[in-house]
Design a protein around this ligand. Sequence first.
Ligand code: ADP
Ligand code: ZN
Length: 721
Amino acid sequence: MNRARVLLLNAALGPLDYRVPKEAQVVPGSIVLAPLGPRQLTGVVWEPDRLESEEVGDNRLRPLIHIYDLPPLSEALRRLIEWTADYYMAPIASVLRMALASSSALDGARTVTEYRATGLVPERLTPQREQALERIADRQGLVRELALAADVSEGVIRGLVKAGAIEAVEVSIDDPFATPDPDHAPPALEVAQAEASGEFVDAVKARDFAPYLLDGVTGSGKTEVYFEAIAEALRQDRQTLILLPEIALTEPFLKRFTARFGSEPVTWHSGLRQSQRRRAWRGIATGDAKVVVGARSALFLPYRNLGLIVVDEAHEASFKQEDGVQYHARDVAVMRAKLEQVPIILASATPAIETRQMAEIGVYKQVKLPDRYGVAEMPDIAAIDLIQDPPPRGRWLAPALVQEIETNLERGEQSLLFLNRRGYAPLTLCRTCGHRFQCPNCTAWMVEHRLVHRLACHHCGHMMPPPRACPECKEEDSLVPCGPGVERIADEVAALFPEARVAIVTSDTIWSPAKAAEFVGRMEAGVIDIVVGTQLVTKGYHFPNLTLVGVVDADLGLSGGDLRGAERSFQQIMQVSGRAGRGEKPGRVLVQTHEPQAPVISALVSGDAEGFYTAETEARRDAAMPPFGRLAGIIVSSEDLGEATQTARLIGRTAPTVENMAVFGPAPAPMAMLRGRHRQRLLVHAARSLDVQDVIREWLGKLEWPRSVRVAVDIDPYSFL
Ligand code: ADP
Ligand code: ZN
């Protein structure tokens, strides 16, 4: 009798055994459809000796319904799924789900019906219909996808189909992807670049695990260098996975990739339509998709024949997933490279201390590019002391910075003002009674967004129109914005330089790859003089005529108890500085600060990155903080305050006494309320040698709490909110 142990896509279930129908065959990794009560669930056949299951007699087994005609998940991927579930203490089915990330990829259909605008304006044009047509523009997708994009109900879309304003199109979904050509347009590399790329090319040829840190200043040609490694993987007919920290970076990347290789890579991110996801998934599983560029979720896809992994901007904190399976894509990527026996390149101008330390102790091999490509020089960085040289009252740009912007305008060069705050003002209060607008669901202020005339919570998305009267004291026209966001800086710039053409770049204005492309086009055409942007503009872009960067508030990330606060500020300012002077014209950077003596600022100004990193690293070593010690957060949340507090206390009270481990808390989280849930935190601090996961599993495994309480364990946490 032929039995199979199957891991089902249901986090609440353990693996179950099934009977394999006579004429069928399965191997570990086979993707199957299995019965569960009256339902049918997708699952993957697993090695029985790796996953325990309840003993069930042969006669009681139900047969599998279907075995999909798809390549089985590889052994390397199965081990990666197990490792991720184990390390991050997540249900293994939740990790498996990331590998099987397109349910439509499994079925055999080859076409799908999508919808798009016809250009016809319906006779009856309601505001909803107008909004739908405007937002859909040249988008195409399922009714549900269009409704989502346009923020209207599916009924509105269907109505527009009836009215002839939207039409159905049959789309063939499994067209093969173009194969990038390794010899399409290779660059002439400089000596240091050629040395670096030679090393990577050899590693790809060697077909073995080899982790690299590619540490090169902004504009040194890191991308060009790892492109040569991709070219080698293409010659070997093997796949490459490139992870980028944000979808917004994809657009400029695609352009460059296409210029180098003659065709686009396959993209994978949350913005894909269902049909695109399916096509990409199948291409990845069959090996037809040769180069895949994606956000962190691309990491778990079933590559048929992986030859290389690249993590670009590897220091970025957004590689850490903060909900669901709380994994760090950079770290899991290294594990995948190890299991797949392929090289991995972590590229960064400002590597994380964790990564530098791995290079330091020789686990990662460090490859350096110390200089910018061509004649471009690193920009000069200077601080503006806001106490000595403050902006006028109610304004945020110091005279020295304003002067430089003016000079740049006169020269016809572009400037970038960086402030990592969306919206107009981070806080609104009543001048009469002091009332502050707080989100009803979160411990957070409502942020004014003047462009769309809303107050919004950046944590849960709650929105409201700004009221005319204070809800507390009923005084009219008494509300005042406090502090600046990018919109307010843009206003200030417009008032100072009415003739300048200003663009605001945040996730509110650049919310699609098309918008990003449009922005790049306008910058290149020179129709923007001044960009005011959030961290979205700090990375990836290459504008030769951008010669001035102003950091509006360098102190922003430095307060608060975040372990990586100083490091992150340093990285962010280095990255945004890296946008200046990338062409023939030299760049300069002005950093506004109240604390020019702070180590971060003085390191930036003196150009002493090494000194800064050394001091930070030693401070971490002294405190046994990561990477020298380990942390785990335990976050207890419930809609009921009492329940959350009681469960957190129970967990705190039962903390085991283990050598080399200390437990702090519980205490209300800094974000004491999030999306309507009360939150308490505990922090586990342990020596590197300790298997914290095991300790926590045993500790929490013995406890019980109400079903409405959620207890999340965050291994190697990046957020302490
Ligand atoms: P990084 O990724 O290190 O910031 P990039 O790879 O983006 O650097 O390189 C910066 C700029 O210099 C890009 O416009 C790139 O095309 C160009 N560049 C770098 N190296 C070369 C080269 N060898 N030949 C031609 N252009 C190059
Ligand atoms: Zn909120």
